[in-house]
Design a protein around this ligand. Structure first.
Ligand code: SF4
Ligand code: FES
Length: 246
């Protein structure tokens, strides 16, 4: 395939960025999207040009670092996958592809396509730890009876990889789907109930102080989330928050 790429280039958060045109040939439909960018970068390096900076780590849909906005959609045109799981067979010969960073004021651009998502880390830190008896009489987790639905729902919430697609897809740059998932994964389990009130209050306060917007229930976050995190988690977080506030 021959492709026209329009890639966001930006030196750092203080400078203005712009879309730059690149032409690339001989792209196999079996390549992943990130491999296509690797090919482009090899070419740029060979020509003594600076390579396009983008985030990636596991390249198998686990770490959540490969966050790109592709043709106006977080993680590209395919549903329920991350950018690293996207394949070039989803595009056609001669296509023009727009590649931009996730945009939100709480995610400032570090360089090119890499944004600073440490706000998510600070929200999780604000949530703190769960109480676990480590005195030598630690109870085997499997010995604690847990309702099957609660275990499954908690596990579903725990599949959030912190990629930030929910924020990037939301017109308000709201982080409520992410925070809802992180609150829910603990709130549903007996081990997480001990500090549940303090946890939700601290996480929501931190989310607000990081400058994320409010939720207006448009559902773009759920539609674009690569892990299918449900809006139910936002409703659960709101219930937990109201309960804890009283
Ligand atoms: S809720 Fe979904 S879109 Fe948001 S950070 Fe988690 S995995 Fe990514
Ligand atoms: S590189 Fe880890 S999820 Fe894509």
């Amino acid at each position: 395939m021959k492709l026209n790429l329009k890639i966001w280039r930006q030196k750092n958060s203080k400078t203005k960025g712009k879309l730059v045109d690149y032409q690339i040939n001989n792209i196999s439909e079996d390549m992943s999207f990130l491999e296509m960018l690797d090919v482009l970068n090899s070419k740029l390096i060979k020509n003594n040009d600076s390579p396009v900076v983008f985030d990636h780590d596991c390249r198998e849909g686990i770490c959540g670092s490969c966050s790109l906005f592709i043709n106006g959609r977080a993680h590209g045109p395919d549903k329920s996958i991350t950018t690293c799981q996207l394949h070039m067979r989803k595009f056609n010969d001669g296509d023009t592809i727009y590649i931009e960073p996730f945009r939100a004021s709480a995610f400032p651009v570090i360089k090119d396509l890499v944004v600073d998502r440490s706000a998510f880390d600070r929200i999780q830190h604000a949530g703190g730890y769960i109480s676990v008896n480590t005195s030598g009489n630690t109870q085997d987790a499997n010995a604690i009876p847990i309702n099957k639905n609660d275990a499954d729902t908690s596990f579903d919430a725990a599949t959030c990889i912190g990629c930030g697609a929910c924020v990037a897809s939301c017109k308000n740059s709201s982080a409520m789907l992410f925070v809802g998932a992180k609150v829910s994964q603990f709130a549903l389990l007996p081990q997480g109930k001990v500090e549940s009130g303090k946890r939700v209050l601290n996480m929501v306060n931190q989310m607000d102080s990081e400058g994320f917007g409010s939720c207006t229930n448009t559902g773009a976050c759920e539609a674009e989330c690569p892990k299918g995190i449900s809006l139910d988690n936002i409703a659960r977080m709101n219930r937990e928050f109201v309960k804890a506030s009283f």
